[in-house]
Design a binder for this molecule. Structure first.
Ligand code: KPL
Length: 342
């Protein structure tokens, strides 16, 4: 399979736009990109690289109501998790059967459902690359419009890509390899993995330990290291570790260990603690995405992040007081029309 034609980026927020502009400004050959959102973006876009370089690029832009005439080579669905299925439903009737779909969502909600529903190969991707729309730099995000033309690729990370069901469909590995090569050449180091499900849950674990707490208390990630938050993070990690053991998910590097043995249990807990504190350390100055959503009075991704954990906990009768309290707060805020109930 070769992928020469246009890549559609559906949901061009910070991550989607960064991926699109990275592909479009890739040295020989650049990839044709269409940014497709709920509203039409300007065709003249600017990408600021982690090295501080400013790259200007002209891309096709379109809206979900008025899609480009030519079909895409690949669709990258980069909406927030809660918007992915509606965006896919709007898009699907206009896609030729067999169109490859890449899901870039956080959490573990829409991925299995869309992998079953989409008429074509589906890959999931997870990334530690950082990106923001320039105006998000402002201290007060409330009611602030984000930039329509400028995205900053802030932090260099790694992207993993793979199909949820190993070896299915048949061409999924080839497609994942081609996309990994293409993204790597565009400045986004990417690897195909055969255990993307594990990787998505691992990222979900980190997001669950950090995002709801920083959103609830309005703090930057680094403040989690201090009292009174540190013990709260640790209690959440204990809950998350128990749930993930029941789901058969181990922290990175400990995947081969059994999930029932008690020696392995403390090793796994230490692994989750180390992973979360490493991310907190590395993102200490950041406002996590969920906090940004709360400050901007947007919906959050709590259903995609906490929902799957609470569902597994219910199925295995595991107590989750901390996670349930945070999920309750995030739900109440949305029911109250995103009012600040802090
Ligand atoms: O992924 C993140 C986010 O902001 O959503 C980090 C910074 C890792 C916190 O969970």
């Amino acid at each position: 399979m070769t992928l020469p034609d246009t890549h559609w980026i559906v949901g061009p927020g910070a991550l989607g736009r960064m991926i699109g502009l990275r592909l479009a400004t890739r040295p020989a050959p650049p990839i044709a990109v269409a940014l497709i959102g709920r509203r039409l973006l300007p065709a003249e876009q600017t990408l600021v690289t982690p090295q501080g370089e400013t790259l200007s690029v002209h891309v096709t832009t379109a809206s979900l109501e008025s899609l480009p005439a030519a079909p895409p080579a690949v669709v990258h669905l980069t909406t927030k998790a809660y918007a992915a299925e509606a965006a896919h439903a709007a898009l699907a009737p206009h896609l030729p059967p067999g169109t490859p779909l890449v899901l870039w969502q956080n959490g573990f909600g829409c991925q299995p459902r869309l992998s079953r529903r989409h008429d074509g190969p589906v890959l999931c991707a997870t990334t530690t690359e950082g990106a923001y729309l320039e105006d998000n730099l402002e201290d007060h995000l409330e009611d602030k419009e984000t930039s329509d033309t400028r995205v900053v690729h802030a932090g260099k990370g790694e992207t993993l890509i793979g199909a949820l069901e190993e070896g299915y469909p048949e061409n999924a590995d080839t497609l994942a390899d081609e996309l990994a090569t293409m993204l790597t050449a565009a400045g986004l180091p990417t690897r195909r993995v055969s255990d993307i499900r594990q990787r998505l849950w691992q990222k979900l674990a980190v997001n669950a330990a950090i995002n709801p707490l920083v959103a609830r208390f309005g703090i930057r990630n680094g403040q989690l290291r201090d009292r009174p938050f540190r013990p709260m993070v640790e209690e959440i990690i204990v809950e998350v570790a128990g749930i993930l053991a029941a789901e058969g998910i181990a922290p990175p590097g400990l995947e081969g260990r059994g999930t029932t043995d008690s020696g392995h249990k403390s090793e796994r807990l230490a692994g989750w603690l180390a992973l979360v504190w490493r991310v907190v350390e590395g993102t200490a100055e950041n406002r996590a995405s969920m906090l940004q959503d709360v400050l901007a009075k947007r919906p959050t991704e709590h259903e995609a992040i906490l929902g799957p954990l609470l569902a597994v906990a219910r199925a295995h009768d595991l107590a989750t007081p901390r996670l349930a309290e945070l999920a309750g707060w995030l739900e109440a805020r949305e029911l109250a029309g995103s009012a600040d109930t802090c």
